[in-house]
Design a protein around this ligand. Structure first.
Ligand SMILES: Cc1ncc(C[n+]2csc(CCOP(=O)(O)OP(=O)(O)O)c2C)c(N)n1
Ligand SMILES: [Mg+2]
Length: 1035
């Protein structure tokens, strides 16, 4: 018998124009490792002319014909029909009709085909079987037995697929007949009961045959049911990559592939014991404490451990995890291996907090742990990122941290560092951030090269039934957008779970793409342990009460298989219970809760051993002249050969060059200087956000594009110094929540990086509000974790309408933790005040100050988030320039810029001090000049709004004893800075004087949409600012 090689090309109908040559070109060079090598015994194999390479061609042709007889030439059609109908070798072939077809030959050909009455049926049956196989691959998961409770089926699509046979009793003939009848009536396959024992050839797109190339239909159906309709539902046929689909088919279809050794079974049982007994222990000791236990999904622990073991085996040595409340303590104890006494002591209400800050509840804290993986004997670091209650908010943060860890260890393909994200079913479907995070998964500057997602799908969200919580059949459908395979698995079948987790980890290490494991389980208790689930889910919970715990079920199974015996099982339980009891006894010695022990991202070396900054000073943020000039020159040139830039850009670079010659900088150059100098000092810089490479306002141009060569780019910032740190500048997806979360996570990984996120316009940060409110503002207070992320928020009232105008300074200022009524008792405001604040908020009015504040961010001995309201029109404002002199060594960031004109020279004569911040300063100075009031009115710029420069402003106020104090802003009165500044200014002067307001009226919208109104409002506020009688009647 002749062996015909199989081929992995897609079985698609061949068109008449396809020649032997093109077919062979399409064939992959070498067979993939997952391919089966099959002995193929097609009827045509015995043909005498089939030898050598021609057999490949014929095989291709044969498969194409099986799929669609019309896709091959008529002569081949006839040949295959004859061969399949049993024509003797040598007789099946008939020479094709000549081009001038004679009727007589045609009729001869047809008569032979007609003489084989079974041929049509045979072909149709083969096609039917192929369709049937494909139907199982596509829709088998809809009938898989996924729900341990047997109530909901896990997918909300209740219609049974009409094209698969779902005799769950494994070909119970009566059921099968009925089903078959329905299918026949539905016109699907035309198969018959009598076909059950006929043998059919299997296409290359299935692996159910194992070493067989053909099987009886009965066996085909049985094997398909085994692969696709048991406790695992595989969703993957939407993936449009043949290799990936073949890989998955092989993993689930190959007969007997899901076998476990006794050793593996015992390990699995031991892990289930730990998971189950941990929750039981907590329940016994603290029955009235909320812990969001894992009961009903105890299998999560072996599932995660399997993913970690397999990944470790594949070379991963650092796993970063994010997860919600459910089962978190159990994961900390049994996956991350946090000391049990550290967990138990948190249940003690008398425990005092050792660290400053608010702390957080125990099921939100993070963790970092390095240990040996017992299965692989390799080192592994596990980090669970601290998270807020806001479900799924940690997803992008985990991704960002993972990307950073990969970046810093040169892991460009994600082979050493990976992330695992856990989700609840309701949150996974409901929270948009999940979608945003998925869309980062394959972007070059954001990919972490595959995340394993695990859904604890307990088929309920608090009290809400899935049918009210999502419109998609599964909670996991969101993953389909990135072609992630989705493995649904019945969580009461621990071996199926472990199998699926192994496959998921292998998928990740093979294809470096996301994958989802959907653990279909139940929630034994209410939402938390105090909740009564019967109020809202009475039937479900009646069923849950009857449900045997998975540990018990699995132990019984293994005992019945003789893998363990009862005493061994009991001993395993007793052993773990003892571990818990002993840890509990030790936990009573803990008197103080050290949140620092729960840090998810320690920064070794950055702090002293007891976690303090190494100094409380900040060196000058100035830079020497040569470096300023050098950076300026690179910023105004194209540092590679033969690179054609756009003419407009040439002009911009030329202007930059002239500025450098004149020793001045504008905004873009100041940023360049700050970045370039930090790169020289080994500080990695990452600037991310929408269109940041060019800059929304076309001022930055950090990536040059060759006008003649597609995709050829150049980043001059990376051509500054011989051993500089790398500069990453990346346009992001159109997301704020996801991308800001990602950058926050990136900034968590190292203190020696300046990570900046720029909003397209400042107001768009509100779609990332959760990251700001939950992480950036209170992160250190909750989790003792510092973070130096920088937010660049374009802000300014420029007549562009209610959107695009305001970065909402009022919101950031309202969340600052400095006390408006207390003048701080500090020797050193410059650094100490920064150390004590929760974040720094600035609005710089000069490029030099912008330069200094960026550099200060890194030169400080600690890290705080920095919010910068950045200008728009000032980017090109001729007065918004700074001299090199303001950036040289010895210079530093100015928290306040006092007036330096005639008013400052004669302060006693000054009638009014206008305090302001940001761009309005330029409007005020222009107006003051026009009104010739330079000696009457001083203008003081508050560059650092928070922490509030009490000390400097006190000095300013005292300098002008006769002056009225006015806060002037261009924003509306209920917005901007006024509410924040006023009480603090009053504190600086001991409430000795009023602080008046010159600015826009209160309003609901941030700005008018009408240009004329905008200008009228501006003029009105300037009038008030310079009308020295404006507040007379109010005094
Ligand atoms: C963004 C957000 N909205 C609402 C809540 C309140 N909440 C806490 S848990 C929960 C139900 C979550 O259900 P699911 O995701 O299925 O997880 P489970 O509790 O079932 O494990 C809700 C609505 C929250 N924590 N976060
Ligand atoms: Mg749920």
């Amino acid at each position: 018998m002749l062996n015909l090689r199989t081929c992995a090309t897609k079985l698609r109908p061949l068109t008449a124009s396809q020649t032997v040559k093109t077919i062979s070109q399409h064939r992959p060079a070498a067979p993939r490792t997952f391919q089966q090598l099959r002995c193929y015994s097609a009827p045509v194999a015995a043909e005498p002319f089939l030898s050598g390479t021609s057999s490949n061609y014929v095989e291709e042709m044969y498969y194409a014909w099986l799929e669609n007889p019309k896709s091959v030439h008529k002569s081949w059609d006839i040949f295959f029909r004859n061969a399949n109908a049993g024509a003797a070798p040598g007789t099946a072939y008939q020479s094709p009709p000549p081009l001038t077809t004679s009727l007589s030959i045609l009729s001869q050909t047809q008569s032979l085909v007609q003489a084989q009455p079974n041929v049509d049926k045979l072909v149709e049956d083969h096609l039917a079987v192929q369709s049937l196989i494909r139907a199982y691959q596509i829709r088998g998961h809809h009938v898989a037995q996924l729900d341990p409770l047997g109530i909901l089926d896990a997918d909300l699509d209740s219609s049974l697929p009409a094209d698969i046979i779902t005799s769950t009793d494994k070909l119970d003939l009566a059921v099968f007949k009925e089903r078959l009848r329905v299918l026949t009536v539905g016109g699907f396959y035309g198969l018959d009961e009598s076909d059950l024992d006929k043998v059919f050839h299997l296409p290359t797109t299935t692996f159910i045959g194992g070493n067989e190339s053909a099987l009886p239909l009965r066996e085909i159906i049985r094997r398909l049911e085994m692969a696709y309709c048991q406790h695992i539902g595989v969703e993957f046929m939407f993936i449009n990559d043949l290799e990936q689909c073949q890989w998955i088919r092989q993993k689930f279809e190959t007969p007997g592939i899901m076998q476990f050794t006794n050793e593996e079974k015992r390990t699995l049982l031991a892990r289930l014991v730990r998971s189950t007994r941990f929750e039981e222990f907590l329940h016994r000791k603290w029955s009235s404490e909320k812990r969001f236990g894992l009961e009903g999904c105890e299998v999560l622990i072996p599932a995660l451990k399997t993913i970690i073991d397999k990944s470790s085996e594949k070379g991963v040595d650092y796993v970063i995890m994010g997860m919600p409340h459910r089962g978190r303590l159990n994961v900390l104890a049994n996956v991350i291996r946090k000391e049990l006494e550290q967990i138990f002591c948190q249940f003690d209400s008398k425990l005092e907090a050792a660290d400053e800050g608010s702390g957080d509840v125990k099921y939100h804290l993070g963790m970092y742990h390095r240990r040996i993986n017992r299965v692989t004997d390799r080192n592994i670091t596990l980090s669970l990122v601290a998270n807020p209650s806001h479900l799924e908010a940690a997803d992008p943060v985990v991704q960002g941290k993972t990307k950073a860890e990969q970046f810093y260890c040169g892991d460009t393909e994600g082979k050493k560092v990976m992330s695992i994200l856990l989700h609840g079913d309701a949150a996974f479907a409901g929270q948009g951030i999940v979608y945003e995070t998925f869309h980062l998964s394959d972007l070059p500057s954001y990919t972490t090269h595959g995340t394993v997602h695990v859904v604890v799908n307990n088929q309920i969200g608090f009290t809400t039934d899935p049918r009210m919580a999502r419109s998609s059949p599964y909670p996991t459908d969101v993953a389909r957008v990135v072609n992630a395979p989705i493995f649904h698995v019945n969580a009461d079948d621990p071996e199926a779970v472990v199998y699926v987790c192994n496959v998921a980890a292998e998928w990740r290490s093979t294809f470096h793409k996301d994958v989802v494991v959907d653990l279909v389980c139940y929630r034994r208790n209410g939402h938390n342990e105090m909740d009564e689930p019967m109020f809202t889910q009475p039937l479900m919970y009646k069923q849950i009460r009857k449900q045997k715990p998975v540990l018990q079920k699995y132990a019984e199974l293994l005992i019945s298989q003789g893998v363990v015996n009862q005493p061994e099982y009991e001993e395993e339980i007793a052993k773990y219970d003892k571990i818990c009891e002993e840890a509990h006894a030790r936990s009573k010695d803990e008197k103080i809760l050290h949140i620092k022990h729960w840090l998810d991202s320690p920064w070794p070396g950055f702090f002293t051993l007891d976690g303090q900054p190494r100094s409380m000073t900040c060196p000058s943020t100035g830079l020497n002249e040569e470096d300023l000039t050098h950076i300026g020159q690179v910023a105004s040139s194209v540092p590679v050969e033969d690179f054609t830039i756009h003419g407009g850009l040439s002009r911009i670079l030329k202007t930059r060059g002239e500025m450098v010659k004149n020793r001045t900088v504008d905004w873009a150059l100041a940023e360049y200087m700050a970045f370039g100098s930090l790169l020289k000092e080994g500080i990695h810089i990452r600037l991310s956000g929408q269109d940041v490479e060019r800059g929304t306002f076309s001022h930055r141009h950090h990536v040059l594009h060759d006008q003649n060569v597609d995709k050829r780019t150049c980043i001059p910032m990376n051509h500054l110094w011989p051993n500089q740190a790398p500069y990453t500048v990346c346009n992001s997806s159109l997301s704020e929540y996801g991308v800001l979360g990602f950058e926050l996570g990136f900034a968590m990984a190292s203190p020696n990086a300046l990570v900046l996120w720029e909003a397209q316009f400042g107001d768009f940060h509100n779609t990332a509000q959760c990251i700001i409110d939950q992480f950036i503002c209170p992160g250190q207070a909750k989790w003792v974790r510092q973070n130096g992320i920088v937010l660049l928020l374009p802000h300014g009232m420029e007549g562009m309408g209610p959107e695009h105008s305001s970065a909402r300074p009022e919101r950031f200022l309202q969340m600052c933790n400095d006390d408006p009524d207390v003048f701080p008792k500090l020797d050193d405001f410059d650094v100490r005040q920064l150390y004590e604040c929760n974040w720094i908020v600035v609005n710089c009015s000069t490029p030099a100050n912008f330069f200094h504040v960026l550099r200060r961010q890194i030169l400080l001995p600690f890290r705080k988030p920095l919010i910068i309201f950045t200008p728009k029109s000032l980017l090109r404002h001729p007065e918004a320039r700074s001299s090199f002199d303001d950036m040289l060594p010895g210079t530093h960031f100015l928290r306040v810029i006092p007036d330096s004109g005639p008013a400052a020279q004669n302060p006693e004569q000054v009638k009014r001090v206008l305090f302001c911040t940001g761009k309005v300063y330029y409007d005020l100075t222009r107006e003051r000049k026009a009104r010739q009031m330079e000696a009457d009115v001083a203008i003081t710029r508050v560059e650092q709004l928070s922490p509030f420069p009490f000390d400097l402003l006190q000095r300013e106020a005292q300098k002008y004893p006769a002056a009225e104090l006015v806060w002037c802003q261009e924003e509306h009165k209920n917005q901007g800075y006024y509410d924040y500044v006023k009480p603090r200014l009053r504190t600086t002067i001991n409430r000795g004087k009023p602080v008046w307001y010159a600015g826009r009226e209160p309003a609901a919208a941030p700005a008018t949409g009408n240009k004329k109104t905008h200008l009228t409002e501006l003029q009105r506020l300037l009038d008030t600012a310079f009308n020295l009688d404006a507040f007379k009647d109010l005094a």
